[in-house]
Design a protein around this ligand. Structure first.
Ligand code: PMP
Length: 340
């Protein structure tokens, strides 16, 4: 983490404001016998949890010489990792090329372009091995540019390390070391593996709970040991059609498959009832956290994450016309009418 050496309370750069995000308790939704706390990763300067890993992966690549002055950063990203990489990398003089699947929200892509990123769109509807698959496209672009640094958040060890070193200790300290469960999603697996490793070492009682979109292979794989044919889902940033090398699924105690409709309803409810503007993946996490909480017979202290801000999805999750078009509109659209 960069130091705050500006004197007084002013940071010298937005990069100094990455991490140390606030924790807020959910008090207006039914959490059963549990207390549920959300860590607002949306308060990072890039608006998501990915700022942490962007900083750690770039610093690690600089330290071991994979990234040299004037170099090129290439990544496959749902948008948030790319935004973090651009935020950290562009002011340092690196060029940033990002391969973004076309289902990602307009807000994220416009934000990247405004920053000066070279955005390459590719298809969302193809899987690993297809020439248009976003991770394969990024690997190919990186291979064609001499000296390019292919970040590869799915396998880069500096990704989980960021969460083990910062996110985990922040949660543990904020809750006085008493945490029964942590509910996470898996995109690259960095959050799961980093937090899982940290809590295994400091608090063996803490259970890692996976929130996964319906259509992703991860929750069925954990629950049944079977690999299903992947489907498609609307939630952005989590759910996979393969097991990323960074995702240590053995850390997961229980997994929930959450439908797009449940995720959207939970995100809307979080805004309407708690005043927290969160993205769709946070809706998935909240829906799973509430299910886990309500199934408990004794009080528990549970933590989940607001992975990114809903401001990135005003044209989607918070747009009733879009929800209706996607068949994701809620039964009873009024705030408080839906029980999530
Ligand atoms: N939520 C959002 C909005 C994301 O962009 C991501 C990362 N793609 C995640 C959650 C998942 O985090 P991780 O990559 O650490 O598994």
């Amino acid at each position: 983490m960069p130091t705050r050496d500006a004197g007084g309370t002013a940071a010298r750069s937005v990069l100094d404001l990455i991490g140390h995000t606030p924790l807020v308790e959910v008090t207006r939704l039914d959490t059963g016998p549990c207390r549920l706390f959300l860590k607002l990763e949306s308060w990072n300067p890039g608006g998501s949890i990915k700022d942490r890993i962007a900083l750690s992966m770039i610093e690690a690549a600089e330290a071991d010489g994979r990234l040299k002055p004037g170099g090129v950063i290439v990544e496959a990203t749902a948008g948030n990792t790319g935004l973090g990489l651009a935020q950290v990398g562009l002011p340092k003089g690196y060029r940033v090329i990002l391969v973004v699947p076309d289902k990602m929200s307009r807000e994220k892509v416009q934000h990247l372009k405004a920053l000066g990123v070279d955005v390459r769109n590719t298809r969302s509807d193809v899987g690993k091995g297809h020439p248009d698959y976003y991770q394969d496209v990024a690997a190919r672009i990186a291979a064609e540019i001499p000296g390019a640094f292919f970040v590869d958040q799915f396998a880069n060890p500096a990704n989980p390390r960021a969460h083990e070193a910062t996110t985990g200790p922040e949660i543990f300290e904020a809750l006085g070391g008493d945490v029964d469960a942590v509910v996470v999603g898996v995109g690259s697996g960095g959050t799961l593996t980093g937090l899982g490793r940290y809590f295994r070492s400091v608090s063996p009682k803490t259970k890692m709970i996976l929130a996964d979109p319906v259509g992703s292979i991860l929750a069925p794989l954990i629950t049944t040991g079977e690999t299903i044919e992947p489907g498609s889902w609307t939630v952005e940033g989590i759910g996979e059609d393969f097991v990323p090398p960074n995702a240590d699924l053995s850390l997961v105690a229980q997994a929930f498959s959450i439908s797009d409709r449940e995720s959207m309803a939970a995100a809307r409810e979080l805004l309407a009832r708690e005043g927290i503007l969160a993205g769709s993946s946070s809706g998935t996490l909240l829906a799973a956290a509430l299910k886990w909480c309500r199934a408990q017979s004794a009080p528990k202290r549970v933590v989940s994450l607001v992975c990114d801000t809903g401001a990135k999805y005003l044209s989607k999750v918070f747009n009733d016309v879009w929800l209706t078009e996607e068949g994701l509109d809620r039964i009873g659209a009024r705030a408080g009418a839906v029980k999530v």
